[in-house]
Structure formats: C-alpha cells, structure tokens
Write a protein that binds this ligand. Structure first.
Ligand SMILES: [Zn+2]
Length: 302
C-alpha cells in the first residue's frame, strides 16, 4: 500500500521528524528560543485545543511557555519540522488551569473526529510517547529511576547505562469473511448495537498471520484460511500499532468465547454498507477514525 493511500486516522503527519536533531543540544536550545517554534501542550493525555471554523484546532503556543508553566521537569519532545522547517515540540503540564481561556484540554478520543487529519497525526505521535514515558519512569533492567534524553525519544539509566526506547505494541485487528458475509463481534461494555472487528495483541514468536488465525479461532471459533493485509494505524491509547486485515474463514458455525466477547453475528455485504452509512437501524459500526470502519468499508465495496 502506498503512503498517500493509507485511509487511517493518526497517519500522514506533515512533520519531518528530523531525528538527527534529537542529540544536538545546541540546536534544540536554539529552537526552543526561536519565534518560529510551536509548542503543543498536553495535560493528562489531553491535547490543548480551541474551536475554529466549526471544528477543533490545535492551540499552538510559543516555546517560552514551557518554562513559564513549570514543565521543565517533564519530557520536552521534539516532534519535527513543518514544510517551512519550523520546529514543533510538545510537553505535558500538570496544571490544567494555567492557560486560562486560551483554549481547552480535550479528551482525544471524542475530539478526534473534529480535528483535521494532519494535526491528529501530530497529536497522536506525541500522546503515544508521553503515555510511554508515564509508564516507564524506572529502568526495566535494574529498577533505578531513568532520565529523558534525545529530545524525549529515549530514556537513559545512569546506574546501568541501559537505554530504553518508546515502545509500540502490535495488535492485529481483523474482519473475518466468508463468501458474501462478514463476522463482527461485540463487547459487553460497548454501547447497545455496536459491532466491530475482532482484535488481539500479537504474542512473542507469532507472525501477524498466525496471530490473526489464533485470535479469530479463540474469539469466534472461526478457522482462518487466508489473510489479506489491508492497512495499519498507529493508535495512541496508549501506544499500539493496529494491523488491519481481512481474513477468509472456512466455516460459518461461529462459537463466540464469551470471556472475550458478549456476542457476534454475520452481516451481509448490503448490511455492511448500511453499517458504514450509519443506516442499519439495529446495529452500528465504529466511526471512520477507527481502522475497523475502514476494513468494513473496503470489504463492503467489493
Ligand atoms: Zn538501569
């Protein structure tokens, strides 16, 4: 799949990550003093946004805010350079009230649909890195508190010299298909009528295809015979990579594992089209910013 065709939210960031600057302390210091620099602020994983033209926009701030807000102890993350080579950074602040009326900290999941796609990709990357920092303050090798280096992209342990890099957890997410129908599951906690793709973490020693086959059999009792890669999506809740596939199965005698799912059901291609359009009546599918929506949409249009 070519890059511009990835249909998923949180992809296609307009920033050049310019990773060679991450170790350049002098360059980073100058960038944080430049008028050209923009700063994205988070509080408890919520990006700082404002209303604009009926939607949401990032409320970029000047870099000096970083020192003023007492965020010096938190990781300062270099996000990259925009098309004008202007640096972009992000940081977390503890006090949500400190910025007054300038904007509002919004929960990312509900805000995602109202944000422009390019900004969503920037926010998602920053959020995933901050989530990783918040869960990895101590060296995984020796247990000593580690410190942030390389502009937020590495944690270093001074006791044992180990370096730790932000981790990405691969998750396979799949829509099983059989001839002219597809299978979707639902979890008990979901809103009434919502059905979605099956999903599960890829385990050590598994190929993606093998994880797809195992999860599909475990969750729905369906035996996979062919796996087709669709697309992937970075998912910053907290720091996963969703690997989306369509998989053909051999049997339609589903047997849902009720420890993982509440129920599941088959949908015809026509029903899948109605789910995508939000016109099914009885059931509904996740919104377009979820890769499950894109998987279902692709299959429904075949
Ligand atoms: Zn250590």
């Amino acid at each position: 799949m070519l890059l511009p065709h990835n249909p998923n939210a949180f992809t296609r960031s307009p920033l050049d990550r310019a990773g060679h600057h991450r170790k350049d302390e002098a360059w980073l210091k100058a960038a944080m003093e430049s008028d050209q620099t923009s700063l994205l602020i988070f509080n408890k994983g919520r990006p700082f946004l404002c209303e604009e033209n009926g939607g949401l926009a990032v409320r970029w701030l000047a870099p000096h805010v970083h020192a003023q807000l007492g965020a010096r102890e938190q990781p300062l993350l270099f996000l990259g350079l925009d098309e004008n080579r202007a640096p972009h950074f992000a940081c977390e602040i503890a006090d949500a009230e400190a910025l007054g009326e300038l904007g509002i900290f919004e929960e990312l999941r509900p805000a995602a649909a109202r944000l422009p796609g390019d900004k969503l990709a920037i926010i998602g990357a920053a959020r995933a890195v901050f989530e990783w920092h918040s869960r990895n303050r101590f060296c995984a090798n020796c247990g000593t508190p580690s410190r942030v280096v390389e502009a937020g992209w590495v944690r270093k342990c001074d006791a044992c010299s180990a370096e730790h890099y932000p981790r990405v957890d691969p998750v396979c997410i799949m829509v099983p298909t059989l001839a002219d129908k597809c299978f979707l599951g639902r979890q008990k906690a979901w809103p009434r009528g919502m059905h979605s793709a099956l999903a599960g973490f890829i385990e050590p020693g598994e190929a993606i295809e093998e994880a797809v086959a195992r999860e599909t059999l475990e969750e729905a009792g369906l035996k996979v015979r062919h796996v087709e890669m669709h697309s992937t999506q970075p998912w910053p809740f907290p720091h996963s990579l969703m690997i989306g596939v369509l998989c053909e199965v051999e049997n339609d005698h589903d047997k849902v594992d009720t420890s993982e799912l509440e129920s599941g059901r088959w949908f015809t291609r026509e029903e899948a089209k109605l789910l995508i359009a939000g016109k099914h009546g009885e059931c509904w599918a996740p919104p377009p910013f979820a890769i499950a929506h894109q998987l279902l949409k692709t299959w429904s249009e075949r």
